[in-house]
Design a protein around this ligand. Structure first.
Ligand code: CMP
Length: 140
């Protein structure tokens, strides 16, 4: 299996409910290692840039408002098939459709307030990691 890195965000709905540790525990139990992590407020420009792929979607403005409404924890996760593994443990975007035992099923409040983000492919993982982290901040 290939050791990969993926990018993860613990979103404002989760930090507001003090769930950072519980979510990190679920990521670690799934075999992922946190090799970089910081807590920050996203600026509007950062959120709009990060989610630019969704800019034509009707929920784009609301999504950017939500993502800047409180602190987030941005992370780099490392492990065997980390991108797919993280998507598995996160569960479906809509918590109502997510499998039992996933982060979104366990803690998600709705399709927008779904606790976590994870990269969907190697190219987006590399771009998203570089959007928030310098190479020197990633310690494997
Ligand atoms: P994420 O995996 O971070 O990618 C885009 C985000 O947009 C998604 O998680 C949700 O937070 C949000 N999102 C996706 N679909 C919808 C929707 N139909 N309505 C509102 N927000 C959505």
């Amino acid at each position: 299996m290939a050791i990969e890195r993926t990018f993860s965000i613990i979103k404002p709905d989760a930090t507001a409910r003090n769930l950072t540790g519980k979510i990190v525990a679920m990521l670690e139990a799934a075999g992922l290692r946190v090799v970089a992590q910081k807590r920050l407020y996203m600026t509007r420009a950062q959120a709009e840039g990060f989610y630019a792929v969704h800019k034509e979607r009707p929920f784009f403005g609301e999504l950017c408002t939500y993502m800047t409404s409180g602190p987030v924890v941005v992370q780099v996760l490392q492990g065997d098939n980390a991108i797919a593994r993280n998507r598995e443990i996160m569960g479906a975007t809509d918590p109502a459709k997510a499998a039992d035992g996933t982060i979104r099923k366990t803690y998600g409040e709705g399709i927008e307030r779904n606790c976590v983000h994870g990269s969907d492919a190697p190219e987006t993982a590399a771009e998203e990691i570089a959007y928030f982290f310098a190479q020197t901040e990633i310690v494997g």
